[in-house]
Design a protein around this ligand. Structure first.
Ligand code: SDX
Length: 382
């Protein structure tokens, strides 16, 4: 495998569009949008037959687990959900009004200070599982402390991350198997996506031989932006602005006339649709029926129709992903943190792959600044 270190030919493409920046064996994104595979397995098969924990194992260990391997893996994750008391104190001191992405970013960094990765070869697997296990704990310990004034016990025994998340969020309220499976599938679909901006950030940081926590903290920062992971929250805020499909059509057309971006649509790679969106749309529809909602799903379908008719753009993972989370009763500011909870699996696999075939990632810039010129003493400046 060629080390990721910008072996690609030089390119002036803005945003590195179309630039192949190295090789990876973790996932393949079909440019036609027909499929996405994780280590050769189609997300359609994984979303219909696997669990998120199986997919995490596949991404980290390059194979699907046997029943016994999965059982031990889930037990290992469950054991690592507790937080150091010092991290809990930090979470309590962070403002309740903070953006939850800042809570995950700070929590990750704090955990790295108390549980540093000393020997990458030996510790990277442990850190990867620790972060998969305790990001829900970090987010929901902070949320429940500031919302309810409660210091919750985050180490629940629930083997599935999806059920664990919903039980911590709701405080043990009734959770239907349909809701757990909907969240489980969304985590599978959000888990990995080749050299997206946040993953490439992680790889760039890992390529300097920095530590695991620094790479993941960088990934969280990149994912926060509305052009990337933050789009699911922005998409939901947009959907909620409209009361009817006709109002949505009019509103979207006005936005396009003003050259505004409609969040949840378009993609740098998929130009004929995002295969993940098609799966999430089915789950959003199931949850709409469960919630007896007859308003939001038709509004979303109309937005989808208008965006294709006016701009030939398709919904990406974040559009129906947002509606799925909304119907699950998840607070909108937690939508992108859920993306982190899933994507830390892919980030971890990429950090380890980068380390295994490392070359410092350092592209070149084409200089377009002023020509060489003499220094001007202070008194001669205007
Ligand atoms: C994710 O890379 C990944 O794999 C990311 C991701 C992952 O799993 O990690 O898939 C997750 O980040 C999905 C994308 C979430 N972001 C959004 O939904 C934000 C809205 N989308 C756009 O910002 C945009 O589509 C991007 C950023 C996703 C892609 O941008 P590109 O490839 O740079 O495309 P572009 O901006 O050059 O757009 C081409 C044209 C432009 O019009 P013209 O100037 O040619 O007239 O399409 C227009 C754009 O204005 N366009 C949009 C649009 N997306 C593109 N117009 C309105 N609304 C949009 N959403």
């Amino acid at each position: 495998m060629t080390a990721v270190g910008f072996m690609a030919p030089s390119s002036k493409a803005s945003g590195l569009a179309g630039v192949v920046a190295g090789e990876t064996a973790i996932s393949a994104v079909d440019r036609e949008g027909l499929d996405l595979t994780y280590r050769g397995y189609s997300i359609r098969d994984l979303a219909s037959q696997a669990t998120f924990e199986e997919v995490v194992y596949l991404l980290l260990y390059e194979k699907l687990p046997t029943e016994e391997e999965l059982r031990f893996f889930c037990q290992d994750l469950v054991r690592q959900r507790g937080l150091p008391p010092e991290v809990c104190q930090i979470l309590e001191r962070l403002p309740g009004s903070a953006n939850p992405m800042d809570i995950l970013r700070t929590g990750c960094s704090a955990l790295g200070a108390f549980e540093p990765e000393r020997d990458p070869e030996r510790d990277q697997w442990k850190v990867a599982k620790r972060l998969v296990a305790c990001f829900p704990s970090i987010l929901l310990y902070w949320h429940r402390f500031h919302r309810d004034g409660q210091r919750i016990e985050t180490a629940t025994g629930e083997p599935r991350t999806a059920a664990h998340f919903l039980s911590l969020l709701r405080g043990e309220r009734e959770i239907s198997p349909l809701e757990v499976r909907a969240l489980d599938v969304s985590l599978i679909l959000y888990a990995e996506h080749e050299f997206n901006a946040s993953t490439f950030t992680c790889r760039t940081i890992a390529s300097t031989l920095s530590d695991f926590y620094s790479a993941v903290t960088g990934g969280i920062g990149a994912l926060r932006g509305p052009l990337h992971g933050g789009a699911n929250e922005a998409a939901m805020e947009l959907i909620l602005r409209f009361k009817t499909p006709d109002e949505a059509e009019e509103g979207i057309c006005q936005m396009l006339q003003r050259k505004e971006l409609v969040m949840g649509f378009g993609h740098r790679v998929y130009k004929k649709g995002d295969p993940r969106s098609r799966v999430l749309k089915e789950w959003a529809q199931k949850l709409a029926e469960l919630r007896a909602d007859q308003r939001l799903f038709p509004i979303c379908e109309r937005i989808e129709k208008v965006m294709f008719r006016e701009k030939q753009l398709y919904p990406n993972v974040d559009f129906y992903g947002a509606l799925t989370y909304y119907f699950l009763g998840i607070p909108i500011p937690m939508f992108t943190p859920l993306f982190v909870i899933a994507r830390v699996a892919g980030w971890s696999a990429h950090i380890m792959e980068q380390r295994a075939h490392n070359r410092l990632i350092r592209p070149m810039g084409e200089y377009v600044g002023p020509s060489p010129r003499p220094y001007v003493p202070m008194h001669a400046r205007s």
